[in-house]
Design a protein around this ligand. Sequence first.
Ligand code: GRF
Length: 202
Amino acid sequence: MNLGVLASHRGSNLQAIIEACEAGTIHGRVVLVISNNSDSLALRRARDAGIDAVHLSGHTHPDAHQLDAAILEALKQRQVDLVITAGYLRKLGQQTLGYYQRRIINTHPSLLPAYGGHGMYGRRVHEAVLAAKERQTGITVHYVDADYDTGEIIAQLPVPVRDGDTPELLESRLLAAERPFLVATLARLIPETPYHQTRRGT
Ligand code: GRF
């Protein structure tokens, strides 16, 4: 199965996916990485791994409709079967969402629906969790729909909040749990038989 990953910044989840594909844990290969950030570590990680890396954003395409079309075209051109948004801080457009319905997967560092939605990303999520004195937070892997963090949940992993946790500590503990959890969830979802073969029923 051909995977396309969208990431905005660091791309450590992307790196985990690339390595899991190389190790055969995930039966697929990352054929394209798209970032809205031309300087992102995610794009560098992709290039270092010999993967097509493309910057597509409001800078390259000021018109949102055209940006959506360019993202979809890039994915289709590389025959991407499944899209993963991993730390991608933009909403996908209707054309991409429509074409890849139930084939776009996101990871979010909270137990959705708690601490999701517009503006709930990065450290802000962990700050809100600590401010509410939660004893537990976690990771959610879910399908992407037209809104932020509202699509059908695929899998969740609870992670305890500890006394003395800061947003930074919580973030690093969650990230350390998130990478293997995302990989395991993708490994479970992606069959050994390539997607185009199962579609043809062969
Ligand atoms: C992850 O925690 C992801 O859930 C969130 O942003 C973080 C991205 O980290 N949306 P990285 O770019 O994969 O290192």
